[in-house]
Ligand binder design. Structure first.
Ligand SMILES: C[S@@+](CC[C@H](N)C(=O)[O-])C[C@H]1O[C@@H](n2cnc3c(N)ncnc32)[C@H](O)[C@@H]1O
Length: 306
């Protein structure tokens, strides 16, 4: 454990309604402090990102909740206090988990690279957290292609709901060897991708962020496919149970998702988009993360047809 690590985080945020968006507002705000207070000495962005993920994975982070309200002002509800209790994990187990999650992340980055086509001129992550996937993608692209995304005129765009996630991304980007990443706001519940501007062949990606939204709007893929002339989409989301509702293997996972009120309509919305004729689904791989039982990722790849 780092000797200087502060073990309790209090954000400036006071009582906040218990929503998934507010959870991440607090979580990313605490992680911002983790980076600033403990990893100042690491200049290189890729090294800082790895050290950050490793340090993060050594702790349990518990966002505090309270029950508040009054009989006059309506029912009692749960709120987040803005405080986080942090406690260390068993170091050996934490290191093992870190290696597993690094392998899983590497595989995700490789899949994103494989999903480029010759015309791809922008990679846009929606619900990008603090931009970690795009920071790593920049490095992986250089290693695979021998040139940077910038040299190839491929824009990197991170769009994230929370202010804290966007601020943490900016903090990472102050380091040496940082890629240029454009930073915008996005809400999966009402996506506005007008920030795309003149891109012709964007690749949209989501990685466990649609997960956070119980329902995406019925025109979600229409908005993405209408945003440019040649659009591709890659989603790494825990939606296998939606594509195979009769399969007993998903029963536990479906229960888990419903308890959390996480996404339940991705499959219906994308299948309707395909039957309406403006996108074609290229691949659905529900076994993508079969070795990751807690919240297994399904891969879905599509392209626009109009
Ligand atoms: C599990 S994290 C994944 C972050 C990132 N995609 C990654 O792989 O590191 C879920 C992300 O979804 C974001 N999110 C929550 N609600 C959202 C919404 N309504 N619209 C867009 N993103 C949202 C959270 O703020 C958080 O950054």
């Amino acid at each position: 454990m780092s000797e200087n690590l502060k073990l309790s985080y209090e954000t400036d945020l006071k009582l906040l309604h218990e929503t998934n968006e507010n959870f991440y507002e607090i979580a990313w705000s605490a992680r911002h402090q983790l980076l600033e207070k403990n990893l100042q000495g690491i200049d290189d962005i890729q090294e800082a990102l790895t050290a950050f993920r490793k340090l993060d994975s050594r702790y349990f982070w518990k966002v505090q909740r309270v029950l508040a309200g009054s009989t006059e002002n309506g029912p009692f509800n749960h709120y987040y206090t803005g405080k986080i209790d942090v406690s260390p994990k068993d170091l050996k187990a934490a290191n093992e988990q870190f290696l597993v999650s690094e392998q899983a992340n590497k595989r995700q980055i490789d899949i994103i690279l494989d999903s480029f086509d010759d015309r791809t001129d922008a990679v846009v992550e929606l619900g990008a957290g603090y931009g970690g996937n795009l920071i790593r993608l920049d490095n992986a692209f250089k290693e695979h292609v021998g040139k940077s995304l910038k040299e190839r005129n491929i824009r990197l765009i991170m769009a994230e709901y929370t202010e804290a996630g966007r601020a943490l991304c900016s903090q990472f980007l102050k380091r040496k060897n940082a890629p240029t990443i454009e930073i915008y706001h996005i809400d999966h519940k009402a996506p506005d991708v007008s920030f795309l501007g003149p891109a012709i062949s964007p690749l949209f990606i989501t990685v466990h962020s649609i997960e956070q939204v119980t329902e995406i709007p019925s025109n979600y893929f229409k908005i993405l496919s209408d945003s440019a002339s040649n659009v591709r989409g890659l989603h790494l989301e825990p939606v296998g149970f939606q594509f195979e509702p009769a399969s007993p293997q998903w029963k536990e996972h479906e229960k888990f998702i419903k308890q959390k009120n996480w996404n339940q309509n991705f499959a219906n919305v994308i299948k309707k988009a395909e039957s309406d004729g403006y996108i074609k689904i290229d691949k659905i791989d529900t076994a993508f993360a079969a070795g990751q039982p807690a919240n297994p990722t399904t891969l879905v790849l599509w392209h626009s047809t109009t």
